[in-house]
Design a protein around this ligand. Structure first.
Ligand code: ABU
Length: 376
């Protein structure tokens, strides 16, 4: 039996153990208060739902399996989730929903914080039971690692009270600028009825965690994280974004003192000052190759998946293979780039960071922000 040790504090220490998701069975989920899909040109007009085409699943799984081979070739242990029947309807005492979603993006569901693996609340009904895909692994880690802490945030009720009434009708008719304005005020979909968050809205920098409120994370979720993690500093901040959804294509730490930023999503000036005060350099990522499209069909992520990267250590980065300008920029910053073809995985929920959850990275909790500033 392999020895299991859960330990990961940041995004760049040397990686030794990781989960990689699977594309099998992924659904365009049934419409629900948390999300509404409308892809008439790709066979899923508003109100319809169903499995992604087999051919797309096959290609995405080839790319995921190739990532697994690359990681294993570097001596990294890789585990995979259990696929469920995501076409089944699911119920709690409060609601029934016609479908689940999938298990490609483990990053949305799980986060490792030192020796703790935390299951996020999630905010879509279709993703309420997604943690079950990871339970066989988590149970195993729990039994194998005497020091592992296994935690689950309070399961949300996700009644109508968790969503702003009429949001989607308003949102559909808003201009880009109006959406930015709503985003700046965090006047978005979720109410503060109960704590809600996706793990992918949290970015780990050792003792400091940076969390953005988004379409899937509310302030109560961040408050819950702050109460749950008294040994961390949990910072909340907003980027200018018309559809904020996960921080991992916006603000990406590459090594101590260097963060990559999607400049289109302007950062809070206070956040920038805080980083500079602590001697962090902020580099604006180059324009992604798919900025003027096209994105793959049924893709709900943005072209900024170009920087949704996976660090193997503080000198080595797995990066989408076709993003050559991005590779050049990162090489210029001193990184070795491992090109990984991955765009066909995007319709299943994201890029290389989304598709993975690191469970063991060498290293300990460090304080990379010894100087305080303003509310940070
Ligand atoms: N889950 C990452 C998505 C980020 C983006 O679409 O920009």
């Amino acid at each position: 039996m392999e020895t299991t040790k859960i330990n990961s504090w940041n995004e760049w220490d040397t990686l030794k153990h990781v989960i990689v998701g699977r594309a099998d069975g992924t659904m365009v989920q049934a419409p629900e208060p948390g999300v509404v899909r409308d892809w008439p040109e790709d066979g899923f007009p508003k109100g319809t739902y169903g499995p992604l085409p087999e051919e797309m699943v096959h290609i995405a799984n080839e790319q995921l399996d190739n990532l697994v081979r690359i990681l294993e070739g570097r001596g990294i242990r890789v585990d995979r989730p259990e696929v469920l029947d995501f076409s089944q309807s699911v119920s709690t005492p409060d609601w029934t929903h016609e479908s689940m979603f999938g298990c490609m993006p483990p990053r949305d569901v799980l986060i490792t914080l030192g020796n703790e693996v935390l299951e996020a609340t999630m905010s879509y009904r279709s993703r309420w039971f997604e943690y079950l895909c990871y339970r066989p692994l988590l149970q195993r880690y729990f039994h194998e690692d005497p020091d592992m802490r296994w935690e689950a945030a309070p399961k949300p009720r996700l009644t109508e009270a968790s969503y702003r009434p009429g949001f989607w009708d308003e949102f559909e008719h808003m201009t880009y600028e109006q959406r930015l304005e709503r985003g700046k005020r965090f006047d978005l979909l979720l109410t503060e009825e109960e704590p809600l968050f996706d793990a992918a809205d949290i970015m780990r920098f050792g003792k400091d965690l940076f969390v953005q409120p988004s379409m899937v994370t509310n302030r109560s979720g961040i408050k819950w994280l702050r109460k749950h993690l008294p040994n961390h500093r949990v910072h909340e901040f907003i980027f200018e974004d018309d559809y904020p959804l996960h921080i991992d294509a916006t603000w990406i730490p590459l090594r101590p003192g260097l963060v990559l930023h999607c400049g289109k999503r302007k950062a809070d000036p206070e956040l920038v000052k805080f980083f500079h005060l602590n001697d962090w350099e902020i580099v604006e990522a180059v324009t992604p190759r798919r900025t003027n499209g096209p994105l793959p069909p049924l893709c709900f992520c943005s072209e900024w998946l170009a920087i949704n990267l996976l660090s193997i250590d503080e000198k080595t980065i797995c990066l989408e293979a076709s993003e050559e300008a991005q590779a050049e920029q990162l090489s210029g910053l001193g990184f070795e780039i491992i090109p990984v073809p991955f765009w066909d995985v995007a319709p299943f929920g994201g890029g290389l960071h989304c598709a993975t959850v690191d469970l063991y990275r060498e290293g300990t909790m460090q304080d990379y922000f010894p100087r305080r500033y303003g509310r940070f």
